[in-house]
Design a binder for this molecule. Structure first.
Ligand SMILES: Nc1ncnc2c1ncn2[C@@H]1O[C@H](COP(=O)(O)OP(=O)(O)O)[C@@H](O)[C@H]1O
Ligand SMILES: [Mg+2]
Length: 253
């Protein structure tokens, strides 16, 4: 049984089919890349999988259970977790506090309630948070204010926040876009380490070198539909895929 399986997954925005009858399968233990030109529907797909958007049609099964239409915290609680974007980080809080808040965002506790409760986090949660920071190489920065961390570290902090929730399937939306070669190399190594510890990965990324070097299988979206699917070499030599990317300024750096 696949860990994730969508059937006919579809999402309309008005007259636009942003995601259009997509069958997507991810097996346990894979690193799968989801790529496609700008506007292809990748982020919409992630929002559907993580419950931030409801599908117009189609279904999503996670580990054999139909999770179509479930709310984000219900989906996260089952182990399907997306990373947080930079804009979700609390700049005036420490790295550790962010990871701890991340745990609660996944658990569905209201943020306002958390911020004003002024209670201490229980020791087991703090331990879990520190573990996630250790794993991502941010342990030395645990007590630093997020705003004082370099940009690359802040991006990794978004991953640490998701890891603290102990995902079985981690959705990574553009983890290395905009990073230099060194930073992106480290993050892609981290992605492989995360998978090595048993977390399956679905990755959206524009940096083709990172995608080709990390993913075993790639699914290509174009205009909301699945255009191609296969190994990195199959996909990168597909005439349809090359055609779809022509003139879109894809980043080969
Ligand atoms: N909330 C929204 N309302 C209306 N249109 C949207 C919304 N989100 C995305 N779209 C449209 O859906 C299409 C797919 O967008 P998106 O999923 O962000 O693509 P990608 O992440 O592949 O660049 C685009 O045409 C985009 O303009
Ligand atoms: Mg996007």
């Amino acid at each position: 049984m696949p860990l994730l399986e969508t059937r006919d997954l579809t999402r309309h925005f008005g007259g636009l089919a942003a995601v259009n009858h997509v069958d997507l399968t991810v097996e346990k233990g894979e690193i799968v890349g989801l790529i496609g030109p700008n506007g292809a529907g990748k982020t919409t797909c992630f929002n559907l999988l993580s419950g931030f958007l409801r599908p117009t049609a189609g279904s999503i099964a996670f580990d054999g259970e139909d999770i179509t239409g479930r709310r984000p915290h219900q989906i996260a609680a089952r182990g399907l977790v997306r990373t947080f974007q930079l804009t979700t980080l609390f700049q005036e809080m420490t790295a550790l506090q962010n990871v701890l808040l991340g745990l609660h965002l996944h658990s569905g506790t209201g943020l306002r309630q958390l911020l004003f409760s002024r209670r201490d986090f229980p020791p087991d949660e703090v331990a879990r948070g520190r573990e996630a920071l250790e794993f991502t190489g941010l342990a030395a920065h645990a007590d630093q204010l997020t705003k004082n961390l370099p940009h690359g570290h802040q991006r990794v902090l978004g991953i640490a926040m998701a890891l603290a929730a102990r995902p079985r399937l981690l959705l990574l939306d553009e983890p290395v876009t905009g990073m230099n070669l060194d930073e992106s190399g480290r993050v892609m190594d981290l992605v492989k380490t995360i998978r090595g510890h048993g977390t399956t990965i679905l990755l959206v990324e524009h940096n083709m070198k990172a995608v080709m070097g990390t993913c075993e299988r790639i699914v290509v979206l174009n205009f909301g539909q699945k255009l191609s699917e296969g190994t990195p070499s199959e996909v990168s030599t597909s005439r349809d895929v090359i055609q779809a990317y022509l003139g879109t300024g894809v980043n080969h750096a």
